[in-house]
Write a protein that binds this ligand. Structure first.
Ligand SMILES: Cc1cc2nc3c(=O)[nH]c(=O)nc-3n(C[C@H](O)[C@H](O)[C@H](O)COP(=O)(O)OP(=O)(O)OC[C@H]3O[C@@H](n4cnc5c(N)ncnc54)[C@H](O)[C@@H]3O)c2cc1C
Length: 439
């Protein structure tokens, strides 16, 4: 039977809410038909009438904030065309190697999230990964699975289900009480070999970075570290987006010939999914044959580095007052501390300020520092370089204070104050104090 001749719809570009980083109208410049106008906040508005579906704006967007969308009728045509193409592609057209590869990839199914835990506490990033993992699993129509390895760790299975896992692989043995590379590596590779997941996600913590690299090397697959965006394409490939070339571009990386596809994601990059109390799933209990005597490294005790333990964790703060080179000196950060104290928040800063020794590294926000999502982020004397923006642009409210009205920070700011921070910050602190006293 002859196939119906269908014309491939081109679709229209549209903006994904909350993802635009106001990079400076790259999408607008790329549009050949002037279909994009920019709002005062620096976000594109695409005219459906003018858009010709050329996809140029989608390709240049550094934050993958634009996508193509199709009407249900257009989507139907696309599905039909895909079906026609699949039917028309004779098996013989695939060469032997490609056939072998496809057969191999087909054996891998499921999305895995590794639940990191130390001394009875799970790392929050593991639950954050459950959120994005659930989206990937839904797109692929597979289960989202938690992998929990440790000793006396059953309670984490309940948490994993309530954060979205459908299934949990549990390796609960005294030998796994403390994280050590070798036994965890052996155990994870054993599980991967047995159950063949197509995607493995780990937190980009000390634990996760160590384990992910070792596992990827052992199972001979690719690993993308510090991803900021994860999605799947129609061929079940994981599209792993992360900053590249010094943060000047966002690269989307694929691992299309090997499985599982592995990514690490830093804490606070993905939002924490809502917890559904009482949600349950399937527990798969596994045992791994490994004797303590065969493990070279022994953990005698965990002694927390007091400096690290006592350090303020800016990633958990609801209010952050952040300073940059505009502060002009270390001594001026006490002014930011006063404002932070009034707000019940913490002081952080740009790399510019950290490199000058005005703040310790653990307070640095950005691509090579921490990613934060506070309720309020006050940026004082920070220009808003892309490497800084990627670390704070998901804050609920951003207040920027800068004397340069063209500073890029204003493009992501909810409220912008053009002025001298040495006047604005004390005035803000004073006003907040007055309001608090009044109440
Ligand atoms: C690979 C790589 C990774 C990086 N990682 C990070 C990172 O993790 N985090 C990060 O922050 N940066 C990072 N950077 C550096 C980044 O590119 C910028 O250089 C840095 O963010 C600039 O810091 P700043 O905004 O404090 O300083 P500047 O860019 O010098 O900005 C200072 C701002 O203060 C304003 N100002 C001056 N005086 C006043 C005043 N009295 N009142 C009000 N405003 C005033 C100025 O108008 C200016 O906008 C990275 C760079 C590279 C190449």
């Amino acid at each position: 039977m002859e196939n119906k001749k269908l014309k491939k719809p081109r679709g229209k570009a549209r903006l994904l809410e909350g993802k635009c980083i106001s990079c400076g109208a790259r999408c607008q410049s790329s549009c050949p038909v002037d279909a994009i106008v920019m709002t005062d906040a620096g976000e594109p508005v695409v005219s459906n009438k003018k858009c010709i579906g050329c996809v140029k704006c989608v390709k240049v967007c550094p934050a993958t904030a634009l996508e193509m969308f199709f009407t249900p009728e257009e989507q139907k045509i696309l599905d039909e065309l895909a079906a026609q193409k699949a039917a028309a592609e004779p098996e013989e057209e695939l060469d032997e190697e490609e056939k072998k590869l496809q057969a191999l990839l087909k054996k891998y199914r499921g999305v895995w999230v590794f639940v990191e835990q130390t001394e009875g506490e799970a790392a929050r990033v593991s639950w954050e990964l459950m959120g994005v993992g659930a989206e990937l699993a839904k797109s692929l129509s597979v289960d989202l699975c938690g992998v929990i390895i440790g000793s006396d760790i059953k309670k984490f299975a309940v948490d994993a289900f309530e954060y979205g896992a459908d299934k949990v692989y549990l390796l609960d043995q005294p030998v796994f009480e403390y994280y050590r590379t070798e036994p965890f590596l052996d155990a994870v590779c054993y599980l991967i070999d047995k159950y063949k997941p197509e995607i493995c996600l780990m937190g980009a913590s000390g634990w996760g970075r160590d384990l992910a690299g070792a596992v990827a090397t052992r199972v001979k697959t690719g690993l993308t570290a510090d991803c900021t965006g994860l999605a799947v394409d129609v061929r079940r490939n994981l599209m792993q987006t992360r900053p590249a070339f010094g943060g000047n571009i966002m690269a989307t990386i694929m691992c299309d010939k090997f499985r599982p596809q592995m990514s690490t994601v830093r804490p606070h990059v993905m939002p924490l999914p809502p917890r559904t109390s009482g949600r349950r799933g399937e527990v798969v209990r596994e045992t791994f044959d490994i004797a303590e005597e065969s493990i070279f490294k022994k953990v005698l005790d965990i002694i927390w580095d007091k400096k690290v333990k006592d350090a303020i964790d800016i990633t958990g703060a609801e209010f952050i007052v952040s300073g940059g080179r505009g502060l002009m000196g270390r001594e001026n950060f006490s002014m930011l501390q006063e404002l932070a104290d009034e707000l019940g928040g913490v002081v952080a800063g740009s790399r510019g300020a950290v490199d000058l020794g005005w703040l310790p590294y653990e307070r640095q926000v950005g691509q090579t520092g921490k990613t934060v999502r506070p309720k309020v982020y006050v940026a004082c004397g920070i220009s808003g370089a892309i490497q800084h923006l990627v670390g704070m642009q998901d804050s609920e409210v951003i207040i920027a204070i800068n004397r340069d009205k063209d500073a890029p920070i204003f493009q992501v700011a909810t409220y912008g104050i053009v002025g001298d921070l040495f006047q604005v910050v004390p005035a803000l602190t004073k006003r907040i104090r007055e309001l608090k006293n009044k109440n």
